[in-house]
Design a protein around this ligand. Sequence first.
Ligand code: TXA
Ligand code: MG
Length: 337
Amino acid sequence: MKTLILKPTELLRAADIIKNGGLVAFPTETVYGLGANALSGEAVAKIFVAKGRPSDNPLIVHLADKAELENVARDVPQVAYELIERFAPGPLTLVLKKRPEIPNEVTAGLDTVAVRIPADPIARELIALSGVPVAAPSSNLSGKPSPTTAQHVIDDMTGRIDAIIEGGASRVGVESTVLDITGKIPVILRPGGVTLSQIREICPDCELDRHITERVEPQDTPKCPGMKYKHYSPEAEVYVVEGEDCSDKLSELIKVAKNEGKKVGAITLFGHKTEADFAYDCGSSNEEYAAELFDALREMDKQGMDVVYAEYSIFDDYGLAVKNRLYKAAANRIITL
Ligand code: TXA
Ligand code: MG
């Protein structure tokens, strides 16, 4: 299949592809998404093939405007509107009861649907022009780090999808916060750009799903089906080095691995210097770390690193989203100081 590379000025063409049942990758403020008409099971099924995604992992339905919410969800609780008022458009996904018009391909047979209104103007205009809700996972090959630039999407998806819209780099850099409000208390299923304490300003009883902070065993059936899969895994073996003052330990580990003849990468903060063969600094805040992390992980593979040590040393609210992605990339290889 030939994959068109479209400019943000060619959204009508992209919208036509979606209307006709095709797949279009588009920028959002979190990560690039791979969109299809959410009302067509046949179109949505193509997403799973293109990504190599397990079919029991449901997709997020993207809307251009909150006015469309009740076209996809039913029995919407009042708190949903309060959350939308505060955080939408933006990096928050709400799990709601689904309307029967949403095909099983989107929700993997669940009775709920995940809904998000992205903040990126290109994403919203594309959805509006398509005239349908747009189902979209991250636009990476399943298991790879999510794409935060058009180039990442080109690297993974060329030849597998109809078109890629070339926007800029994703500002947030990690996927949206997934919040389930269908139960007794609101539960965060995936941490993201909207933090637990921000959500608690509206839902004081909101909790984190235990799978966010605990290791997931294969026999578990987490509420957020995506959480049981291996994610963000570069070819390199990633280790997280966690502690407020971990730069000495990082240097030491890197020296040992180099002496073993390995090609060693470092993902650092605060410009910490190491003797790594290839280093990628992710700034001096978790917001900057989130924006850089997936690019850093992809770059480690491009540079042919065997092993990567990633520093995690800023412990604040926003850090949970970064830590969650790091832990998954490291498949639980964590060195805590
Ligand atoms: O920021 C984002 O959310 C990006 C952009 C493109 O919007 N999308 C994204 O999609 O990260 P994806 O498919 O990579 O992740 C969707 C997550 C998965 O963990 C999935 O299991 C969960 O949302 N999910 C989807 N529908 C659900 C539902 N009905 N109940 C519980 N979890 C659901
Ligand atoms: Mg994904």
